[in-house]
Design a protein around this ligand. Structure first.
Ligand code: P6P
Length: 322
């Protein structure tokens, strides 16, 4: 029994769910190898396709998605799959116990510049009150996630995973292929004066929120001035926040009235919210707690404010004032 399986057992995951998580992570090992090949592999560059999100698909988006879909489609404990790269859900095994949703390669615009990218996943129990092949299988509350995590393909490959009670970090031993427990029971540091936001959207944010952010970076006679980091990949920014604190914000904006929010609830906000709250942080949209939200459309988008509770509260109150 390795440290990953032992940890998942200690988190009271059912044996069949542990097997599913181990299978999913084995696929991310392959993705990590392909990402690590860079120009020496056949994975860089773009395709001529756009996905359901209207985004140009990178070759590695397709490769990662196909690896996950093909392997998980062989797994008898998976009833259905949802992916950022698939318009509809994929029925795997009728009557099986679990649903898997993922963003196969979050932050894929970073691929060609050798910056951080990652795979984000979440697992729910399948529903027996709707058809197996219905999208409504995934229309569940964020609190109903059984297990969620991400695999970050950086200078080294890290896994962060939770069943909702604690968040654990593992580091991939690329020789043995094993995920080794590196930070059990992660506790997000508090009081860090750092925020992650795409500041190019500043003038499209609600006015009260613009004021709040400008106060964070204004010259200060006393009190801390805030630093800003923005990786262009939620998985990288959230890993920094879990590791050293701060807050990640992608609020609604008025750039495109058809798309007021950017990040997806099912396979970005839900898993990140479970991970950060299990590490002592908070996770809100502009309508309240992300985990209390119930999905009503497979690829629905949501504003996101995740991280240090005090900063999340400050951002949330500023957004409510408008
Ligand atoms: P922007 C990546 O496309 C993503 O979904 C998140 O991973 C990331 O935080 C955000 O979008 C980046 O958005 O507007 O800065 O390109």
């Amino acid at each position: 029994m390795n440290s990953l399986q032992t940890t998942l057992q200690q988190e009271h995951l059912a044996p069949q769910l542990i097997d599913l998580v181990v299978t999913l992570l084995a696929i991310t090992r392959t993705i990590s190898e392909k990402v690590g090949m860079g120009a020496l592999g056949d994975s860089l560059g773009v395709t001529s396709e756009t996905n359901v999100q209207g985004e140009v698909q990178k070759k590695l988006d397709i490769i990662a998605n196909n690896l996950l879909v093909n392997e998980l489609s062989k797994n008898k404990s998976v009833r259905a799959i949802a992916s950022e790269e698939e318009q509809h859900t994929i029925l795997v095994t009728a009557g099986a116990p679990y649903l898997v949703a993922f963003d196969p390669l979050d932050g894929s615009t970073n691929i060609d510049i050798n910056a951080q990218i990652g795979t984000i996943f979440t697992i729910f129990a399948a529903r027996n009150d709707v058809a197996d092949d219905s999208e409504e299988q995934f229309f569940q509350s964020g609190h109903h996630q059984l297990c969620a995590g991400y695999v970050l393909y950086g200078p080294y490959t890290t896994l962060a995973i939770t069943a909702g009670r604690a968040t654990h970090e593992f580091t991939l031993n690329k020789i043995s292929g094993e995920f080794i427990l590196s930070k059990p029971n992660m506790i997000m540091p508090r009081g860090t004066c750092e925020f992650a936001a795409n500041m190019s959207n500043l003038f499209y944010w609600p006015n009260s929120f613009q004021t709040y952010i400008q106060q964070l970076i204004a010259k200060k006679v006393d009190g801390p001035r805030f630093n800003m980091r923005w990786q262009g990949a939620m998985v990288a920014d959230i890993h920094r926040i879990l590791t050293r604190g701060g807050v990640f914000i992608y609020p609604s904006d008025c750039r495109d009235s058809n798309k007021p929010a950017k990040l997806r609830l099912l396979y970005e906000a839900f898993p990140m919210a479970l991970l950060v709250e299990a590490a002592g942080g908070e996770a809100y949209s502009e309508a309240g707690k992300i985990l209390s939200t119930t999905l009503t459309s497979l690829h629905q988008r949501t504003p996101v404010i995740i991280g240090d509770g005090e900063l999340v509260s400050g951002c949330y109150q500023a957004l409510l004032r408008d």
